[in-house]
Design a protein around this ligand. Sequence first.
Ligand SMILES: Cc1cc2nc3c(=O)[nH]c(=O)nc-3n(C[C@H](O)[C@H](O)[C@H](O)COP(=O)(O)OP(=O)(O)OC[C@H]3O[C@@H](n4cnc5c(N)ncnc54)[C@H](O)[C@@H]3O)c2cc1C
Length: 298
Amino acid sequence: MALLDRVIARTLRFVPKSIVRRVASRYIAGETLDEALRVAAGLNELGIRATLDILGEDIHNVDQANRAVNGYRELLEEIHRRKLDANVSVKLTQLGLKVDTRTCFELTDGLVRRANELNNFVRIDMEDSSCTTGTLEIYRALRRDHSNVGVVIQAYLRRTVDDVLTLEDLRPNYRLCKGVYLEPREISYHDMRAINRNYVYILEKLLRNGSYVGIATHDELIVWEAFRLIRDLKLSPAAYEFQMLLGVDEQLRDIIRAAGHNLRVYIPFGRDWYAYSVRRLRENPRLAGYVLRAMLKK
Ligand SMILES: Cc1cc2nc3c(=O)[nH]c(=O)nc-3n(C[C@H](O)[C@H](O)[C@H](O)COP(=O)(O)OP(=O)(O)OC[C@H]3O[C@@H](n4cnc5c(N)ncnc54)[C@H](O)[C@@H]3O)c2cc1C
């Protein structure tokens, strides 16, 4: 990232919300369920799968967690009704991970059960490192009764290789990503070369162990490494999929599809767009240009 982009990325909290919203609109399907489902349907028409995320995290009481889970239940029903090729992605802090672990487990358990009845699947996103242990514990507990649930692991965390070994007996359905939260160096790699090598190292382990992997990246080098592994291990497309975020590098998306691989796009929507938008903008290598242009238009 160029210097000016890095400076703006670090000072985004001082940028007016209206500007953040305008620049981040490419990453978000809209505020309503209907807008998000229409984006999913459009992608399905192109042969692309979807995963839908209702924006929101870090709620403060059980009522908010109940409201969030009801939103997801409604989303599952609508996906079913509209016959979409889409599943859902949830953040456990939105379902009460930091308020009451038991409630969080029960709400997620009920959601996964309903998803199963509708022949669908729930992906548990991974949040910052204060949530890693709790999220993986809930994931293991859910797997006692359910197979239609998967979890995310982050290649930038030093602990991830051990987490993968600990969960090996479950042969989890994973999404593997680099990781987006700002973490201290003691627990996470800061050198992109180390993150990338760890990503490929873990990806190979997972694929060899027979885990289904959602290969979540927009990094051309990682995509190349994944293509290489898929070819060397003679994997069928049923063993993995690529995953990308809405609004990021659609050309790479087309290249992956044209090479015959399945691809899923992550579609966030809802009114609670700020935290997600800031995370996405911090990663945009052309951030400064977009923000400055939006400010001038204002
Ligand atoms: C489907 C999906 C789900 C994810 N779920 C999680 C999760 O649960 N937990 C978590 O911590 N992280 C999650 N992430 C985010 C992930 O951890 C990374 O932060 C993000 O994907 C960027 O990493 P990268 O692999 O694309 O590589 P990078 O090296 O960061 O990016 C590669 C290239 O992609 C382009 N690019 C990347 N991001 C943007 C952007 N926002 N705007 C424009 N261009 C961009 C740039 O050209 C960049 O050079 C998810 C990512 C995806 C694709």
